[in-house]
Write a protein that binds this ligand. Structure first.
Ligand SMILES: C[S@@+](CC[C@H](N)C(=O)[O-])C[C@H]1O[C@@H](n2cnc3c(N)ncnc32)[C@H](O)[C@@H]1O
Length: 309
C-alpha cells in the first residue's frame, strides 16, 4: 500500500470565487491542519473500508478524497459536486485513474440509483447546506447506500464557535471600532464576496465569528446560544473568512437518525491530546496555534442496516 499522500496536492479550493480560492490554497499550504488531523483519521477509514468497494464522494470539491480512495484500491469511485469548476478540478486530479467518474450533481438529488454504493464520504459538505438541503443530503445518502453500506461524514463541531470568540492583535477598543465600521458597511443579506471584502483588510482580527440575523443584518457572535440550527455564520481566521451554516451537534445526530442511518462512532479529531502529541513529535511546527484557530470538526461514522437487523 502506498503511503498516504499529503504533499504535491495543494490545489484545495474554497467554494467562493477566485479570492476565496486563492486564500484557501494559501491557508492550507501554510497551515496544514487538515493533513495533520483529518488525514490520519481518514487514512484508517480508507485502509479498512475502501479497498475493492464502490465508493461515492459527495461534494467532492477538487477531488482530493476521490484521489485518495483511488490510491487505496477502491473498485470504483463516483464523485459529484454542485460547482462545475470543482468537477473540472476533480477530473484533472483523478485523471490517472480510469475507475473514477466525476460529474455535476446536487445533494438534493444525487445522480445515482438506489443502493449503488458500499461506501460514501461527505467531508465538509454539510456545513455548506441549509436546513432543507441538510435533511435531503442524509435521505439521499441513505437511498444510494447499499444495505450494510458505510459512510463518513465530517461536520463542523458546535464547539468551534466557542473557540472562535473574538481575538485581536493590538488595542481591543480600536479594533472593535474597526469591526463595527466594517459591519455597518455591509448591506442586509450580504453576499460572501461582500463579507470578504469588508473584512479583508482587518489583519488585527485573528479570530472572529459573525452571523446574520433573521433580517439579514450581520452581527458579531458573542454568545453561541443565540445561534439556531441553519443560521448563516462566517468564520474569520488570520488568513481567511469563510461562510458556513451553523448546526448543533445533537441536531446533526438527529438528522442522521431520522434519515434511517445508524451512528457507529464519532471521532473528535482536534482533541487537546492529539494537538499535544503532534507538537511533541513535530517540535519545529507552529501548528498548535493554528489548530486552535481552526474550526473544529467531528467525523461521524454511519451505516445503513442490513434487512431484518
Ligand atoms: C469545503 S468543500 C469540501 C470539498 C471536499 N469534500 C473536501 O473535503 O476536500 C465543500 C464542497 O461541497 C460542495 N457543495 C456545496 N453544496 C453542495 C450541494 N448542494 N451539492 C453538491 N455539492 C455541494 C461545494 O461546491 C464544495 O466543493
Amino acid at each position: 500500500m502506498a503511503e498516504f499522500e499529503t504533499s504535491g496536492y495543494s490545489n484545495r479550493i474554497d467554494l467562493y470565487g477566485s479570492d476565496g480560492v486563492k486564500s484557501y490554497d494559501k491557508y492550507c499550504e501554510k497551515e496544514p491542519v487538515i493533513q495533520a488531523f483529518l488525514c490520519p483519521a481518514m487514512e484508517e477509514f480508507l485502509k479498512s473500508e475502501v479497498p475493492g468497494k464502490k465508493v461515492l464522494d459527495i461534494g467532492c470539491g477538487d477531488g482530493y478524497w476521490s484521489y485518495q480512495a483511488a490510491r487505496y484500491g477502491a473498485k470504483s469511485i463516483d464523485g459529484f459536486d454542485v460547482q462545475e469548476k470543482m468537477v473540472t478540478l476533480a477530473r484533472q486530479a483523478t485523471s490517472q485513474f480510469n475507475m473514477v467518474n466525476i460529474k455535476v450533481g446536487d445533494v438534493m438529488d444525487m445522480p445515482y440509483g438506489d443502493e449503488t454504493f458500499d461506501v460514501a464520504m461527505s467531508l465538509y459538505v454539510t456545513c455548506n447546506l441549509d436546513r432543507e438541503r441538510l435533511s435531503k443530503h442524509f435521505k439521499e445518502l441513505y437511498r444510494v447506500l447499499k444495505p450494510g453500506g458505510k459512510a463518513v461524514i465530517v461536520n463542523l463541531a458546535e464547539k468551534s464557535v466557542d473557540k472562535m470568540y473574538l481575538t485581536v492583535r493590538g488595542d481591543e477598543v480600536v479594533v472593535k471600532g474597526k469591526i463595527n465600521k466594517s459591519l455597518k458597511q455591509l448591506p442586509k443579506h450580504p453576499t460572501v464576496s461582500q463579507v470578504n471584502k469588508a473584512f479583508q483588510g482587518l489583519q488585527e482580527v485573528t479570530k472572529m465569528f459573525f452571523a446574520a440575523d433573521d433580517d439579514g443584518d450581520v452581527y458579531q457572535v458573542e454568545d453561541a446560544s443565540r445561534l439556531s440550527n441553519g443560521d448563516s455564520i462566517w468564520s474569520k481566521t488570520k488568513f481567511l473568512t469563510f461562510p458556513n451554516f451553523f448546526y448543533r451537534d445533537q441536531f446533526m445526530l438527529d438528522s442522521v437518525i431520522i434519515a434511517g442511518l445508524s451512528i457507529d462512532q464519532i471521532d473528535d479529531i482536534y482533541t487537546e491530546e492529539r494537538m499535544v502529541l503532534y507538537n511533541q513529535t513535530h517540535p519545529e511546527s507552529q501548528l498548535s496555534k493554528s489548530v486552535v484557530d481552526h474550526p473544529l470538526a467531528y467525523i461521524h461514522h454511519v451505516s445503513k442496516a442490513l434487512p431484518n437487523c
